[in-house]
Design a protein around this ligand. Structure first.
Ligand SMILES: Nc1ncnc2c1ncn2[C@@H]1O[C@H](COP(=O)(O)OP(=O)(O)O)[C@@H](O)[C@H]1O
Ligand SMILES: [Mg+2]
Length: 356
């Protein structure tokens, strides 16, 4: 049965002379020539299908637009026609994760997530700094001023107390001393949480001030060696600053109270991984196993251990005492130096903008 010509047919064969086929070929259309052979192509089998099969084929989704012109030779001559193109396979199709748009989408999503995370972290850090500033201000303004008032009142009461009432006098002295110690401890806390004093330079300044104050009134000579200007810009963790300051204060207190020395050398230095602190006096020294068990030395060790560091005491009777502390730094010195340089350049740029 010959194929019926219809607008919606998937295959349309028309007889054409070889000349027409050649003209079509020369016009640049995408034709292909099939050598004669036993293989039955879909279009050649169309004619042999039953009416029902042909209707089913016509109902299929293949449209005229997806047909391809073909020319082939049969027993009776050359035949040109339109055949349904095989289902097109999308270029580049493959597993989802190998498609360019999917990879691009992943990269964009990754970049956006990283940006959002960094922004969240920056916001958190800003909020935390605000909270720290507020706590410091409240401690200083409220509790600090109350403690100062207690100390002053105690002093006034002690002066007014009747002579001979030693017990009351001793109690008032104790209250005044505890108040002053609390003020000093609170002052250290306020200093440690202050986000404006995070650099090593702030720690060095506070340590130097404390040591000078303690030794000046006892006539002890102090030599203080600190890292150079670039290293002083290193930002330190709040805990590290506080613990190092408290270890140092205890070492200074012990030297002033027990060493009977004339000279004290303080050395603070950095290497690639650690902060090193050394407080050495030329005093009487002591035998560690014979020393009365106080809280100061164990507390220094505990504080150093809290920062994953260590605190050692080198001493011998008559040979002075040296307290040696080593604390690991979280931030690498290379990064710190780079940051310090950037900050110096920023500062320079800021200052030069305001110059006339
Ligand atoms: N620099 C020092 N020079 C001489 N003796 C010291 C020194 N540091 C500590 N000691 C001795 O070690 C003891 C323990 O010190 P510590 O644990 O700080 O307790 P405390 O200071 O309350 O006595 C001191 O009582 C003292 O005998
Ligand atoms: Mg002590």
């Amino acid at each position: 049965m010959p194929p019926r010509s219809s607008a919606c047919s998937t295959v349309r064969s028309v007889r054409a002379p070889a000349v027409i086929a050649l003209i079509l070929l020369c016009s640049g259309s995408a034709f292909s020539l099939h050598p004669p052979g036993p293989t039955r192509s879909p279009e050649s089998s169309f004619a042999n299908r039953t009416e029902g099969q042909q209707r089913r084929d016509r109902r299929s989704q293949v449209s005229r637009a997806s047909s391809t012109p073909r020319v082939r030779r049969s027993n009776t001559g050359w035949t040109a026609g339109m055949v349904a193109a095989p289902p097109r396979v999308l270029e580049g199709a493959g597993p989802l994760w190998q498609r360019w748009w999917f990879i691009t989408l992943l990269v964009v999503l990754g970049a956006v997530s990283a940006w959002a995370l960094l922004k969240c972290r920056a916001t958190r850090v800003r909020q935390l700094r605000k909270v720290r500033t507020r706590i410091g201000r409240d401690l200083h303004d409220d509790i600090g001023s109350n403690l100062t008032r207690i100390a002053v009142l105690c002093e006034a009461l002690r002066e007014q107390s009747t002579a001979g009432d030693a017990a009351t006098e001793a109690r008032l002295t104790s209250i005044g001393r505890i108040s002053r110690e609390s003020i000093a401890a609170m002052s250290d806390i306020i200093w440690a949480i202050n986000p404006q004093q995070e650099c090593l330079t702030d720690l060095v300044r506070r340590m130097r001030e404390h040591a000078e104050e303690v030794f000046a009134e006892r006539g002890i000579a102090l030599s203080f060696s600190a890292p150079d200007q670039g290293e002083l810009q290193l930002r330190l963790d709040m805990d590290l600053r506080r613990e190092v300051l408290l270890i140092f204060k205890e070492a200074i207190t012990n030297t002033a109270r027990h060493a009977c020395c004339s000279r004290v050398a303080v050395s603070l230095r950095l290497d690639s991984e650690f902060l090193h602190l050394e407080v050495t006096d030329d005093g009487i020294g002591f035998e560690p196993s014979d020393a009365p068990g106080g809280n100061g030395v164990p507390s220094m060790r505990r504080r150093a251990a809290r920062l994953s560091g260590r605190c050692g005491v080198r001493t011998a009777p008559g040979r002075g005492t040296s307290i040696q502390v080593r604390i690991p730094l979280k931030q690498s010195r290379a990064a710190a130096t780079l940051l310090a340089r950037i900050r110096r350049v920023q500062e320079f740029a800021r200052l030069s903008r305001f110059e006339p």
